[in-house]
Design a protein around this ligand. Structure first.
Ligand code: NOJ
Ligand code: CA
Length: 664
């Protein structure tokens, strides 16, 4: 159900609302429904700028807005206000899948039309939500602005203190970095979401929503103050964004919350995207999956042909049997198609020719008969022209065979050279693949992607993506430190779901690679299924490590599509505990960094009056990620909403709990 209350104010009233102390300054405000959060737009001596307040306190000081172009008038100065309109957005909607079954979208929106002496106009749209603010610009098709080549977006974020900041470096091709925690003054150039805590304890995260036909935004530290400024990912010729009018920017978003958990519970990024574009989405189904994958990363199998080829028909049938027996929805197969021997060169893959030892048609039928979804794999190696040429044929083949999900990959530099993974050209590519996949009823899991910006609301077949330093790094590098997954929910995951690929039970895999390991306990691997959101959620280990393993029961039971999500407690980089509900059942995931901790949680999220059987998967008393990672315990107890649960986490550990209501 959607209800919009729209009121367009006349220019006369608009001018009355404009107020300002400084000479030549006019300001207008959008105020959140709860009255705590406001975004103000002002025109100061002809220059548009915005500021943000929370409870009357300045969070963002007057910061400039605007654009510079090749051979076009600059749109950052010389403006007066021509008019304005406002509306209250008050709607609720039901995502096809996600962290909550029901989402409220409530904000105050003000649109201000600015005009230059030449007559050129630009709208700035500001929105205030209870959980943050957003703004975007719209430059209509008009005389003097039929097309454009933008050389700079001038947006600034002038923060008001030297906040504690969690960030990864701006990298135009990858988000696969370890997070750093520094003061804002020590930040260099960052990717978004970038998350901060003020001295007063307010949590702030800057990101963008609805990145559709524009360059990805990175932020660089301005030379003075605590200011970040927009640095868009360029085309090879240095242009940032090009196209025909109108120019519509993504939303620039500033989430705010009194707690770190409030950032996770927010839906502001999805709310800033359009409603679902698909009439029929019944074919979109979240699922867990296993796959021919980890074996390659730990060196047991190969993608390419040879005696250790992973994607053989026999191996795939075993996987399908395992999935069918254990209620796992999907089986990913990497290395099924020819081209891996020349991976990285142009034209290496055609996406339709299987290796001779992989019976594509037969295996697709074998999976279908057992109710298992075969997940195809399209590794492009960054060779975009070849992929764009062949993808329709490949999707059509998959559709005919009933292969309803594809993992895509863009490992390596982009062809044509000079294009970046996060530039406008690739943003257009990624979006075109989402549309084509939808046409062929295919769900997507994108690796080396553009960051999520909430488009899953519009295109719910865009299920999950990497864009994170995921599990694979533990297989062939120093790996991810224990605190990594206690930072992800408050940074990368604020943008959207992540295909981190949890669930490694053979934590040291010494048989294959004695010098690499996962920095975790076994129980923490289970907890990640609740902490990290992904509608396609992998059980990443070799299936032989799951056979007859008592802890696998949790992976079988845990959903990957939720009716309700709450963060019980968190300290970014230290620990986080999340509970999620699906139907009548609740699941709890609690994880810590390298510090052991004991915490007590009220179970008041459970339904009052009901008794639940809680199955607790905890670290063993002697568990420790470094010295004894495999030690775990499983116990069951009867609990109700009036009780408390003590959670004891080992160093680098975690705990996972399933709560099932008992029949009355
Ligand atoms: C990198 C991806 O992240 C990984 O999941 C995949 O196995 C390899 N590329 C090969 O496509
Ligand atoms: Ca990767």
């Amino acid at each position: 159900m959607q209800t919009y209350v729209v009121s367009i104010l006349g220019a006369v009233f608009a001018l009355c609302m404009f107020a300002g102390s400084a000479v030549g300054k006019e300001a207008v405000t959008a105020l959140s429904p709860d009255g705590r959060t406001a975004i103000h737009l002002a025109v100061v001596n002809g220059r548009p700028c915005y500021s943000v307040t929370r409870d009357g306190r300045r969070i963002v000081d007057d910061s400039r807005l605007g654009f510079l172009f090749l051979e076009r008038e600059p749109l950052n100065r010389g403006f007066t206000v021509r008019g304005m309109g406002e509306r209250q957005v008050d709607e609720s909607w039901e995502p096809v899948w996600g962290s909550d079954a029901h989402v409220e979208n409530r904000c105050h929106e003000v649109t201000v039309t600015l005009e230059k002496g030449s007559g050129l106009t630009m709208d700035v749209i500001i929105r205030a939500y209870n959980d943050g603010v957003a703004f975007r610009c719209f430059v209509p098709d008009q005389e003097g602005f039929r097309s454009f080549e933008m050389v700079s977006e001038e947006t600034e974020f002038r923060l008001t203190g030297d906040h504690t900041t969690w960030w990864i470096p701006a990298d135009f091709d990858s988000y696969e970095h370890i997070y750093r925690q520094t003061r804002l003054a020590n930040v260099e150039a960052v990717a978004t979401p970038v998350t901060m805590r003020t001295e007063e304890g307010l949590y702030i995260s800057i990101h963008e929503a609805n990145l559709t036909d524009y360059a990805g935004m990175t932020l660089r530290k301005a030379p003075v103050g605590f200011s970040l400024e927009c640095d868009l990912v360029p085309w090879p010729d240095g242009i940032k964004v090009r196209g025909g009018a109108p120019l519509v920017t993504p939303w620039r978003t500033i989430q705010m919350s009194d707690t770190p958990g409030g950032l996770v519970e927010s839906h502001i990024i999805e709310n800033l995207n359009e409603p679902c574009a698909l009439k029929d989405h019944s074919w979109i189904k979240p699922m867990k999956y296993v796959g021919i994958w980890w074996g390659m990363h730990i060196g047991k199998d190969t993608w390419s042909q040879g005696e250790n080829h992973g994607a053989t028909s026999a191996n795939t049938r075993k996987m399908i049997d395992f999935a069918a027996e254990h209620g796992i929805g999907g089986v990913l197969v990497e290395g099924w198609n020819t081209g891996w021997e020349t991976w990285g060169s142009a034209g290496a893959f055609d996406y339709i020719t299987p290796y001779p030892d992989f019976d594509l048609e037969g295996l697709a039928a074998y999976a279908r008969e057992r109710g298992v979804v075969l997940i195809g794999h399209h590794e492009t190696g960054g060779d975009i022209p070849t992929y764009e040429d062949r993808v329709e044929e490949a999707f059509a083949l998959y559709e005919r065979l009933g292969i309803r999900a594809v993992k895509t990959g863009y490992a390596g530099g982009i062809f044509p050279r000079g294009q970046h993974h996060h530039g406008q050209w690739m943003v257009r590519h990624y979006r075109s693949i989402v549309r084509k996949a939808a046409k062929h009823h295919i769900m997507l899991d994108v690796h080396e992607p553009i960051k999520p910006t909430g488009i899953r609301r519009t295109w719910p077949n865009m299920m999950t993506r990497e864009g994170v330093r995921g599990m694979e790094y533990n297989a062939w590098s120093d790996g991810n430190p224990p605190e990594h997954t206690t930072i992800l929910p408050f940074t990368r995951m604020l943008a959207g779901p992540l295909d981190y690929t949890p669930g490694i039970f053979d934590i040291t895999f010494d048989q294959y690679k004695p010098d690499n390991r996962v920095h975790t306990t076994l129980a923490k691997q289970l907890a990640l299924y609740v902490v990290l959101e992904s509608p396609l959620q992998m059980a990443a280990d070799l299936i032989e490590n799951y056979e007859n393993h008592p802890a696998f029961a949790f992976i079988q039971a845990v959903p990957c599509d939720w009716d309700e999500t709450r963060v019980l407690s968190a300290a970014i980089g230290d620990h986080v505990t999340i509970v999620r509900r699906r139907g009548q059942e609740w699941f709890l995931g609690s994880i810590t960094d390298e510090e052991p901790r004991t915490m007590v949680f009220a179970l008041d999220f459970l339904e009052r009056g009901a008794t639940y059987e809680a199955t607790v998967y905890s670290d063993g008393p002697d568990a420790d990620w470094l010295t004894n990672p495999q030690s775990y315990e499983i116990r069951t107890l009867a609990v109700d909403a009036s009780e408390k649960l003590e959670v004891r986490l080992a160093a680098g550990g975690g705990e996972a709990v399933r709560f099932v209501p008992r029949a009355p």
